[in-house]
Design a protein around this ligand. Structure first.
Ligand SMILES: [Fe+2]
Length: 203
């Protein structure tokens, strides 16, 4: 896969390299079926005030997740998976940086369904001192950021830099976007994992 495909609109190639990277060597169909199967029944009711629903996958050491963990650790040198979440979005997200008590640096994501026409937009903070609302994440006002780059939603594995302000837009309330996300022990930076992927791709 050519990561410089023109569909990825970015201010420059360097910016894009700092924000997301695909893992074209990982299977998608089998993982998509498995995680949809595990999570869909958990998302039958979404209160109107909730802009997202989250389901924490309980078993990481069995079946396909065990295989994924082993593949990432043995072939790429990733730390082991710390936890896995499935998110359902039917409304646009506020602009945020991931993390609750501290910034979550990176996430390995696979959009499962409802990703058509969605985009992950990355922003630059206008100033490092921009205030944010810190609740279940670090939320920013639109006025405090400027557009940097966008990643169109598709059914492919992608490592994303979650320490940069971002949000998913264009979710369809009739066809919500569901994404499985893996977070790694030691909270590795995007740069660290991205370098490991590059090394693997060159082998
Ligand atoms: Fe996020």
């Amino acid at each position: 896969m050519n990561i410089y495909h023109p569909v990825y609109k970015c201010m420059d190639k360097y910016a894009m390299q700092q924000l997301f990277k695909h893992l074209p060597f990982l299977d998608t169909a089998e993982y998509t079926d498995y995680y949809l199967n595990k999570s869909l029944s958990r998302f039958s009711h979404q209160p109107p005030e909730m802009f997202y629903l989250r389901y924490d996958l309980p078993e990481l050491n069995t079946g396909i997740t065990k295989n994924l963990n082993e593949q990432l650790m043995e072939n790429l040198g990733f730390p082991s998976i710390d936890y896995a979440l499935v998110f359902k979005h039917r409304l646009p997200q506020p602009i945020h940086i991931d993390g609750h008590s501290f910034v979550r640096q990176s996430s390995l994501n696979l959009p499962l369904i409802g990703y058509e026409n969605t985009k992950m937009i990355f922003y630059n903070l206008k100033s490092k001192d921009e205030p944010c609302l810190h609740t279940d994440a670090f939320y920013f006002n639109e006025d405090s950021v400027e557009y940097n780059c966008e990643l169109p939603g598709d059914n492919n594995w992608v490592l994303v830099n979650t320490s940069i302000p971002h949000r998913i837009i264009n979710s369809d309330p009739q066809n919500p976007r569901i994404t499985v996300c893996f977070r790694f022990k030691t909270n590795p930076t995007y740069e660290h994992l991205s370098n490991l992927i590059d090394k693997h791709l060159k082998c």
